[in-house]
Write a new protein. Structure first.
Lengths: 183, 888
């Protein structure tokens, strides 16, 4: 991604992280060259995790770290993070996090926890692939992202996430939304 | 101990079952052989790919051979018609990023998918192919990509557009041919397609200002549906605004209305983007700022932390340049001090510290004290910095602020944090004379229990310079000598030096200092003993011949007048070529080589902290002094009174960049021409400036110092000195011509030709004005200073300043004209106020203190009137100030 710097006018995502309750990777995706080696990436994840660990991020929270803006949200033993540059519009980052979070919630059928996530790791990786491409935001609507990741998956039992369940899932999502609006 | 550990592991196995438990690369690579089975089991293959991706995601790496092997077997999976498996194959190929010769293997399969009837295949195949492809292949698939851009399926169109954005970096000429299709896609009904198309279109045209301006003009009128696209458009609009500037006739800014309209958009993302864009407009006026501040203020009380953070962060930045504009938000801001999110709280605090007025300081400090204990060091440093600038703004409040700093200095904290506090105290001591004694005592108490050697030694050094000048120097001795008893060798050695400084400055303390120094002769460290011996000797404590007082002080307090880099090179040379002769410090060249342009640093009060020698007001002045004193011709001029800010004598981006710094001495002025050669093919030699001073009658040229050589991109200086009547603020205009010998340089070898051509280059004129004879010197209590100066040489007059853009603009013009230091934060004009008073202080040439009171008033037609009252130690000086204003 040598293209990174020349595009600064465009909203850019530097990475998306899904970590477990101990700060270990469930699934991560880096789009920028800011962390060239795996150890640099791990160090970043560690500092992000320690910095945010104490907060109770049941809704979207935000922090600054090493000239990056990080928006995050925790559910049970899963920690969601989206990182952008210092100059990025915070609300755009939050939208991406929102999309990622919703998509994962739909895919895991509301069972948002580490074990479930690992069992559906293929779908989560597909999700990440559909949200951001090389730093460019591809899609931010959680249900569309989940739809894209899931329609492609061919589950043998056929019932895992068929059209039927998708619409159910959408209903749950809508319910979610209403609840968050009311609260 | 071992028992519970094992048990815990067992527990964890039960609790945290993972499908990837005990996964191992070698085994998974073995498993990957199923890809080669004639009868593909799609589900099993998917699982294996997931495992491979899991390994890569955990940071595992494949060797080249392993990667190639996996890649080849994965390509076999294109035979399967299973959609899910195909998606995993795409992912895997992207992760493996195959080499060019491997890419060929999958190209045909991917091209087939690109033309598939399944949208999902098309979109993904495009993204994969564009990711791994190179230029030659791209021409083959270009046709399909152009089609895909206008595909009716938004996912396919987006995939093609985003790929285009990536490809533009590597193959711009190809992607630029797609403009028509991209333009069509901008009109798409699908929100994200519009966003991606707009991003690509702008990037294709970004170097063509006119085209970008046209794009913005047409789109700001139309309807852009997607919020993300709207944000992009706001960014592009700000770019266009930046490049076009304000319409001088109407005073209106093009597109401002569009930005303001976006503040009423339904998406918060867009509202915020627009508000942010307005706040960073260059030279933004209060009228333009107000609507943006209003929406940000609403965000401050949002229930969403992200929104609060975004708003407070933006307001924090606005507060740096327009503190008055943000004061309306102070109440909302104060409630954020207790915000759960510490980042928000810190930003709120620092904003308040910037916008706060004198009366709110005490209340703020109380709130901050509670807050300091539960934030991280990095935030604390931000707060400390903000408190320092607040203290400089309101010197009368130094007591409570200094107390706050000393309190937090005693608490736990890391090195960086402690250093920030100490630096702040040092700066306050330096800039606020009243704060000196209490500040020094705080520092003394701190070194009593300081774990950082670096800070202890720096404080001891500072104490040695400042302590003897206080009313009761003896009280510091105990603190210093305690260091000699209790600390490590480094601190002991610097404590010895500090003791010696006290001894040298204060005769009454000398005998006691000698006693202490003699005790140090028995120290178990060489350096400490050596220093003690040396100082006893120089100060005459061992009964030997005492050197003259001046020499001693020079020795103890003088700074090394040799550039340290030169010293280092000379010493290295000396070690490399061993000789019998001792090293001679006079052999070190004093000439400063290619002095970095220090004046490029932010002007004004940049915190210099302990690192800089505590004599000069700023480090820049110090550097100038050092440069000038290294030139023998100028050493007779005496003490440097003032150096001006650099004045540019060339347009930006010309062949040679030259600016001038005016150095004012009592009877001389020296012009320092900073020259930069921006042509790589040229070497300039014997560079000097011919100055025509026919319009500056009181000046006569007394000498100059040409620059021997000026290579490409290495700044150099040449000087011209003038004599002028003593103590008189002579003014005049100077025209300049740069003369030099040009030599061609072969850029490949870097060698210059032997023969050069003489050439000259016209520079712009500049003037020496009355403000050049004024040094900014603040006073901590203006009223006291004003009263004690007395009305003997007071001069009062009134002036009409004509129509002005705003009151603030008029105030800052007069301040700049006089070149004086605004006191007590009076340079800030509250928005919408119709009158304003401003207090200035300064030191005029001949070391004359000058105080100025300005009262401004503005009427409905923006006519500004000003009353100017001057008090100084000499009536001529008071009159001169009026002359400056009258002629300005």
């Amino acid at each position: 991604m040598a293209t990174f710097l020349s595009r600064e006018v465009c909203p850019t995502i530097k990475n998306i992280l899904l970590l477990d309750s101990e700060g270990k990777r469930v699934a991560v995706k880096y789009y920028s060259n800011d962390w060239p080696t795996n150890s640099a990436k791990l160090a970043f994840e560690k500092s992000v995790f320690t910095k945010t660990q104490k907060t109770n991020a049941r809704t979207e929270e935000i922090a600054m770290l090493e000239n990056n803006i990080i928006v995050y949200r925790f559910v049970q033993d899963l920690h969601f993070f989206v990182t952008g540059g210092d100059d990025e519009n915070e609300l755009i980052l939050a939208t991406v996090l929102h999309g990622f979070f919703d998509a994962v919630t739909l895919i895991l059928r509301n069972n948002v926890e580490q074990r479930e996530a690992l069992e559906n790791l293929d779908l989560i990786l597909l999700c990440l692939d559909e949200i951001v491409d090389g730093g460019m935001i591809l899609e931010t609507d959680g249900s569309i992202i989940a739809g894209k990741a899931a329609t492609n998956s061919n589950m043998d039992d056929g019932a895992s996430l068929s059209e039927q369940t998708i619409s159910q899932a959408l209903a749950t999502a809508r319910e979610h939304l209403t609840r968050s609006l009311l609260s | 101990m071992a028992q519970p550990l094992v048990k815990k592991d067992d527990d964890r196995d039960d609790e945290e079952y993972s499908p990837f438990l005990g996964i191992e690369k070698g085994a998974v690579l073995q498993e990957a052989r199923v890809f080669n089975d004639p009868q593909l089991d799609a589900r099993r293959c998917s699982q294996v790919i997931t495992k491979l991706l899991y390994l890569l995601n955990q940071g595992e790496t494949f060797t080249k051979i392993e990667a190639t092997e996996v890649f080849f077997s994965v390509t076999k999976l294109f035979q399967s018609r299973d959609i899910g498996l195909r998606r995993m194959v795409y992912l895997m190929i992207k992760e493996l990023s195959p080499s060019a010769d491997e890419v060929i293997i999958v190209t045909s399969s991917l091209m087939k998918d690109m033309n598939s009837r399944t949208d999902m295949y098309r979109a993904n195949a495009i993204r994969v192919l564009c990711r791994i492809t190179d230029g030659t292949l791209l021409t083959q698939i270009e046709r399909y990509l152009k089609q895909a851009i206008v595909d009716k399926n938004p996912v396919v169109a987006s995939a093609a557009l985003v790929s285009g954005i990536h490809l533009l970096q590597t193959n711009p000429e190809i992607v630029k041919r797609w403009s028509n299709e991209v333009q069509e896609a901008v009109q798409s009904r699908a929100a994200l397609v519009q966003f991606h198309a707009l991003a690509l279109l702008h990037q294709i045209r970004q170097n063509d200002r006119l085209a970008v301006s046209k794009l913005v003009t047409s789109l700001t009128k139309g309807t852009v549906r997607s919020p993300l696209a709207q944000c992009l458009l706001i960014r592009y609009t700000s770019q266009v605004i930046r490049e076009s500037g304000v319409n001088t006739q109407t005073g209106d800014r093009p597109f401002y209305d569009y930005l303001e309209g976006c503040l009423r958009h339904k998406a918060e993302m867009v509202i915020f983007e627009a508000a942010r864009a307005i706040t960073v407009l260059s030279g933004v006026t209060t009228r333009e700022l107000t609507p943006a501040i209003t929406v940000l203020q609403l965000f401050l009380s949002s229930s969403k932390p992200v929104l609060r953070f975004a708003a407070v962060r933006t307001l924090n930045k606005v507060a740096m340049t327009h503190p008055m504009a943000v004061t309306n938000c102070n109440i909302d801001m104060e409630s954020l001090i207790s915000d759960q999110n510490r980042s928000i709280a810190t930003l709120a605090i620092t904003t308040l510290l910037k916008t706060g007025n004198e009366s709110s300081v005490d209340r703020l400090m109380k709130q901050i004290t509670n807050f300091m204990s539960d934030i991280a060091d990095e935030f604390k440093i931000v707060v400390v910095d903000a408190i320092r600038s607040l203290c400089l703004k309101f010197p009368l409040k130094y007591r409570s602020l200094m107390n706050f700093l000393s309190n937090i200095l005693r608490e736990e904290g890391g090195f960086e944090y402690k250093k920030a506090i100490v630096d702040s105290i040092v700066i306050l001591i330096r800039d606020i004379p009243d704060a000196k004694e209490s500040g020094l005592l705080h520092l003394c108490e701190f070194i009593e229990d300081c774990e950082f050697t670096y800070l202890s030694t720096q404080i001891l050094h500072f104490l040695g310079n400042e302590g003897p000048k206080t009313s009761d120097p003896s009280k510091y001795i105990r603190y210093i000598y305690n260091r000699v008893i209790l600390e490590n060798a480094t601190v002991r050695a610097s404590a010895v030096s500090t003791l010696a400084k006290f001894g040298a400055m204060i005769d009454s303390l000398k005998p006691r200092i000698f006693i202490l120094l003699r005790r140090c002769l028995f120290d178990n460290d060489d350096e400490v003993r050596d220093r003690a011996t040396l100082y006893l000797n120089t100060l005459g404590g061992d009964g030997s011949v005492v050197e003259t007082d001046k020499d001693v002080k020079e020795f103890l307090f003088g700074s090394l007048d040799i550039p340290l880099t030169n010293m280092e090179t000379s010493l290295k040379n000396y070690i490399q070529n061993p000789s019998e002769e001792p090293f001679d410090i006079n052999s070190v060249p004093k000439e400063v080589k290619s002095q970095p342009l220090v004046e490029k640093k932010a002007p004004g009060k940049k915190p210099t902290g302990l690192g800089a020698p505590p004599t000069g007001p700023t480090s820049t002045a110090d550097t100038y002094e050092r440069i000038l004193s290294s030139i023998p011709e100028f050493t007779s001029f005496g003490k440097l009174f003032k150096s001006s800010a650099p004045v540019e004598l060339t347009e930006a981006e010309t062949e040679y960049a030259v600016n001038v710094v005016k150095h004012i001495f009592d009877r001389h002025v020296v012009f320092q021409y900073n020259c930069t050669n921006t042509i790589p093919e040229q070497l300039l030699e014997n560079v000097f400036v011919i100055v025509d001073a026919s319009e500056a009658e009181e000046f006569s040229e007394v000498g100059s110092k040409p620059l021997k050589s000026l290579p490409y991109d290495t700044p150099g200086q040449t000087f011209v000195a003038f004599e002028k009547p003593e103590g008189v603020p002579a003014v005049g205009k100077f025209s300049n011509m740069l003369r030099f010998t040009v030599k061609e340089v072969d850029t490949s070898t870097g060698e210059a030709e032997d023969d050069g051509v003489e050439d000259e280059y016209q520079l712009e004129d500049f003037e020496v004005v009355a403000a050049d004879y004024m040094v900014k010197v603040g006073v901590s209590n203006f009223r006291n200073a004003w009263e004690s100066m007395g009305p003997d040489f007071e001069r009062i007059d009134e002036y009409g300043l004509g129509p002005r853009e705003s009151l603030a603009e008029a105030v800052s013009t007069v301040i700049n004209l006089l070149g004086m230091q605004p006191c007590e934060g009076t340079e800030v004009v509250p928005s919408n106020s119709r009158s304003h008073s401003c207090l200035l202080s300064g030191l005029y040439i001949g070391n004359m203190k000058v105080l100025v009171r300005l009262s401004f008033g503005i009427d409905a037609s923006k006519e500004v009137a000003m009353k100017l009252a001057v008090r100084s130690e000499d009536e001529n000086v008071s009159d001169t100030i009026h002359d400056i204003v009258a002629s300005g």
